[in-house]
Design a protein around this ligand. Structure first.
Ligand SMILES: NC(=O)c1ccc[n+]([C@@H]2O[C@H](COP(=O)([O-])OP(=O)(O)OC[C@H]3O[C@@H](n4cnc5c(N)ncnc54)[C@H](OP(=O)(O)O)[C@@H]3O)[C@@H](O)[C@H]2O)c1
Length: 370
């Protein structure tokens, strides 16, 4: 098994490399953004044939034929030498590399949900045409992937959401550090902010739609603060099957790398006798604007999800840069979604254009407010 890891310096990338080291998986490619210190250590340890970074000056600093920018990422996503591409880049920067890996007929362990949110139809069709195989790394979808191995298609799928740091109580003034302290998962900054706004769950609803071909009426969300049950399926006769496990991303990453083989657990397996009180709460769209957006993104033509994804990307960056308060993130996204006229998307260029439109509209809205 030879793998190429995109987003190697992030949370998903680091955990992937931990597993690769444990099982002597050959790492042929590493792509990162700007964390050169960490990338250098990884290169020293795994000695990949190909390395890519975001910026030209960083590639020059590293020397030795390091690739950079869009071309570098696309190359690392389509290496002939790689049997599996792990897509752990965060945000909309992951869309084109995922498309490239799908075009190249790769087996893809897909963590970057933004790819399917924006380009689900185009990437799905491209993957089918080129015999690429996508295994979702996202814990809920990795659970569903396993639950859907049943021969009968369930009537509905249920994604669980931790509810983020403010489910029980939200401070009157939300600080960046409040948003970044997720109660159950340790994740990169962007997805942690998305969890707090619940946009992460909205995106996961769209991701599930493209991965598993369920309509809005058959995709449900439940808030489950303990993050022990990751997903459920309900069969025609009402029976529910659930997937349970510790909140440890090494489990779905490992499953995605070695599927269909199962390896020993990377951390102590769940001991049900130690659990006290698993709670589940409804997540009605009337109460949670992000969940309402999730349903709209599934029901309306594809450009809406791509535009919302772009707007969210920009709004989250602006929040992390201290330019807008936490509450404004959803205001901006909803504002952008109202002015956009949804239409179908039939190529990766159209997908990227719609994402760009979302970013630009969000930028104007944020800068116009100053
Ligand atoms: N973490 C989780 O538990 C989890 C669970 C489910 C799904 N996911 C999804 O997995 C993806 C990664 O999440 P994460 O938590 O691992 O994020 P993260 O810790 O922020 O890592 C992001 C990675 O992407 C790289 N990157 C960002 N922009 C780039 C660019 N323009 N060019 C090249 N590399 C770029 C970063 O490089 P530098 O750091 O070097 O700049 C880093 O290696 C996201 O789409 C997220 O939604 C994550």
């Amino acid at each position: 098994m030879r793998i190429s890891v995109l987003g190697s310096t992030g949370v998903i990338g680091t955990l992937t490399l931990e597993i690769a080291e444990k099982y002597s998986v050959e790492v042929v490619g590493l792509a990162a953004g700007r964390n050169l210190g960490k990338l250098r250590e990884q290169v020293k340890k795994f000695k990949p044939r190909y390395v890519a970074v975001e910026r030209r000056e960083d590639a020059e600093r590293l020397g030795g034929g390091v690739l950079w920018g869009r071309d570098g990422l696309l190359r690392l996503a389509s290496l002939e030498e790689a049997d599996l591409v792990v897509m752990g880049i965060s945000g909309v920067a992951g869309i084109e590399p995922t498309y490239m890996a799908a075009s190249s007929g790769k087996r893809i362990a897909l963590a970057n949900k933004e790819s399917l949110v924006s380009g689900g139809r185009v990437i799905g069709e491209t993957a089918r045409e080129n015999s690429a195989f996508i295994i979702p790394v996202d814990s809920e979808h990795n659970s569903l992937f396993q639950l859907l191995l049943f021969p009968e298609k369930p009537r509905e799928i249920i994604l669980t959401a931790s509810g983020g740091p403010f489910f029980r109580q939200k401070p009157s003034v939300v600080k960046i550090e409040d948003v970044l302290s997720h109660p159950t998962w340790r994740m990169g900054k962007k997805i942690t902010v998305d969890s707090a706004t619940l946009m992460n769950k909205a995106f996961e609803m769209v991701e599930a739609r493209w991965l598993f071909d369920f309509g809005a009426e058959n995709i449900k969300v439940l808030i489950h603060p303990q993050s022990v049950v990751h997903a459920l399926v309900r069969m025609r006769d009402g029976t529910l099957f659930a997937h349970l496990g510790p909140a440890d991303m090494r489990i779905p990453i490992q499953y995605s790398i070695f599927y269909p083989e199962r390896k020993p657990p990377p951390s102590p397996p769940l001991d049900l006798s130690t659990l006290r009180g698993l709670e589940f709460y409804p997540a009605p769209p009337e109460k949670y604007p992000a969940i309402e957006l999730g349903y709209r993104m599934i029901e309306e033509p594809c450009s809406l999800a791509a535009v919302i994804n772009g707007a969210n990307d920009f709004a989250v960056e602006s929040f992390l840069d201290g330019k807008i308060p936490f509450e404004k993130i959803l205001d901006v996204i909803i504002g952008v979604s109202r002015v956009h006229k949804p239409h179908p998307l039939s190529s990766i260029e159209e997908v990227l254009e719609a994402v760009g439109e979302g970013r630009e509209r969000a930028r104007k809205m944020i800068e116009g407010e100053k």
